[in-house]
Design a binder for this molecule. Structure first.
Ligand code: SER
Length: 582
């Protein structure tokens, strides 16, 4: 079996058990700027975990593309990946612990034919407020996991970030057959004997900013099975790099390199896949936030290609090869092949210009430190290499490691933050200036934008979310997530709906409320981090509820007649509408 077959097996299994298959959300979250990338399958489904009705029902299954970069500098070892895929099944107030556990057990032992004695599980061990999860343990036992392989752990609790939907979880581990590292060795130990393959989260609570936890209106299940990992285990491979997902690129690198280094080969193969996936979903390298994550991935990859002494002109062929390997799993890669190449090659060219200079500068610094008998590179130097030569700290960190030195990451971070705050202050000033000049027409377009967002959701579906907006006194421009060109009928239906709302003369109301509360009421939120704990919300009857700083008209009747002038593609998976009020 390969990864694609595993994915299909999973989706089919849950489809047979009454789940609707939904598509993966893009890597770049649509309405949640609090995270840079989708880091878990549950992220795009948060509104539905909170009680909003999902158009596909209460049982869903999907594969979700995820990027996690906390461990970026661990990549190169035998297990860390920045990009991975999570297979998930969801109960939105439908089944709970028993059915979830029974289905997981059946899938693993019947569909994947994993022998029961390879499996161990962990359940929530309880804390001051919430008891030990004996219930889940009893279902595992009933299914066939012997008591001695059911463990209770205090940290079997899952939440994405600091606040939001959360709950206890039960985790499933695969025994690789390696000997126990000690008599106490259990799934909590990371010696490599036990590998976590699946996490079933029982999401029944919401954690608020003050740390309190309240029950959600419904009990949900969110499960995540790591595709690359299970694929590797089923194939009896030691690392994901030995599976079909990476093997061709790894072999090609070995052929091209003049310097043998498996660590660098893995970094190149992993970062290439990860950055292609991000670019494919609309990411572009820059010095800010998600753009900077992408830049770090690409630059670190280039540096390791250099280290392997691979001609950088080979990058274009490597991209082609990797797209060919992955296109069956991700057809969008092939569709966006030229764009992906262009972005990667441009970024490579930019970095190559300064790479040699930066490395020379680094060497000078190292020699100086060596004569002083020091082995830590100051944050100030790491920052200068970043600022002047475009060296992400991981690149400097890699260079340091190769010279048996370390870098002062904290010192770098402090300087980096200072630098970002300065540039943010600049853009906030621009933002204020923009608002101050908001005139009557801009205000109308602002309200029309909320109506358009709401109308598109009704006409095209709830996958529509705002991806960008720009307003002048002449027109509005609205970018939103949607995959296909809108038909004439859809455009007309959207206009008609908005004009109906205008005719209905709906009052536009302004509220201030707690951010958590607004989110749990299902408010649309595009730039949530711009606002503090108390947010400003605009409500247009039953039509729209959005977090927004305003200003808005006080009644939709003030808007006149709404007309779409143009509908076009903006970037992959994003459409753009230009519209006017007549
Ligand atoms: N949200 C859980 C995780 O990411 C299960 O999908 O592990």
């Amino acid at each position: 079996m390969n990864a694609l077959e595993l994915r299909n097996k999973y989706l089919n299994f849950f489809e047979r058990h009454g789940h609707k298959v939904i598509p993966s959300a893009p890597l770049i979250p649509e309405n949640d700027p609090s995270v840079l990338f989708n880091t878990a399958g549950m992220q795009p489904l948060v509104p539905y975990l909170l009680g909003q009705k999902h158009p596909e029902g209460t049982r869903l299954t999907d594969y979700q593309k995820c990027v996690r970069t906390v461990d970026i500098d661990e990549v190169g070892d035998n297990r860390h990946l920045t990009y991975f895929e999570m297979l998930g099944n969801w109960s939105l107030g439908d089944y709970f612990k028993e059915e979830s556990i029974t289905m997981s057990f059946e899938f693993l032992t019947k569909e994947l034919e994993i022998p029961v004695d390879k499996l161990s599980v962990t359940c929530f061990g309880g804390n001051e407020t919430i008891g030990k999860d004996e219930e889940s343990a009893s279902y595992w036992e009933k299914a066939g996991i012997p008591k001695e392989r059911i463990y209770f752990l205090k940290d079997n609790w899952w939440i994405a970030g600091e606040t939001g939907p959360c709950g206890s979880d039960t985790e499933i581990f695969y025994d690789t057959g390696k000997p126990k590292c000690s008599p106490e060795c259990n799934p909590d130990c990371d010696c490599g004997k036990y590998v976590e393959i699946w996490n079933n989260v029982f999401m029944e609570f919401f954690k608020h900013e003050d740390g309190s936890i309240t029950p959600l209106s419904q009990k949900n299940v969110d499960t995540g099975l790591g595709l690359e990992r299970v694929n590797m285990l089923l194939q009896g491979k030691e690392t994901p790099y030995d599976t079909e997902i990476f093997i061709d690129v790894m072999k090609k690198l070995e052929e091209l390199e003049k310097q043998d280094d498996i660590y660098s080969r893995r970094v190149v193969a992993e970062h290439l896949r990860s950055s292609m996936m991000i670019i494919c979903d609309g990411g572009r390298p820059s010095n800010l936030d998600r753009g900077y994550v992408l830049r770090r991935l690409i630059r670190r990859m280039i540096r390791h290609m250099n280290k392997l002494q691979i001609d950088l002109n080979e990058l274009s062929n490597l991209i082609d090869l990797d797209i060919d390997v992955l296109k069956e799993m991700y057809p969008d890669l092939a569709k966006n092949r030229e764009q992906i190449k262009q972005v990667l090659l441009e970024e490579k060219d930019k970095f190559v210009k300064t790479l040699a200079h930066g490395e020379r500068e680094f060497e000078k610094e190292v020699n100086k430190l060596k004569t002083q008998g020091k082995d830590k590179i100051e944050g100030k130097v790491v920052f200068r290499l970043y600022d002047t030569y475009g060296f992400p700290p991981e690149v400097t960190g890699d260079l340091a490691k190769e010279n048996n030195m370390t870098i002062d990451m904290e010192g770098f971070k402090a300087l980096f933050k200072e630098h970002q705050e300065k540039s943010r202050a600049g853009s906030e000033q621009k933002f204020k200036g923009g608002l101050a000049s908001t005139g009557e027409m801009e205000t109308k377009y602002h309200t029309a934008t909320h109506l358009l967002n709401a109308a598109l959701k009704q006409v095209l579906g709830s996958h529509v979310h705002q991806r960008g907006s720009n307003i002048t006194s002449e027109r509005l421009r609205f970018d939103f997530s949607h995959d296909a060109k809108m038909t004439d009928e859809e455009k007309k239906a959207t206009e008609d709906l908005i004009n109906k709302w205008i005719e209905e003369a709906i009052p536009v109301e302004h509220f201030e409320m707690k951010k958590d509360e607004a989110i749990s009421q299902g408010a649309e939120a595009m730039f949530i981090e711009k606002y503090g704990d108390i947010v400003s919300v605009y409500k247009i009857g039953d039509v729209s509820l959005e977090l927004c700083g305003g200003p808005h008209v006080s009644n939709t009747s003030e808007l006149g007649h709404f007309k779409i002038k143009k509908e076009e593609s903006s970037s992959s998976g994003v459409r753009r509408i230009k519209a006017i009020l007549e």
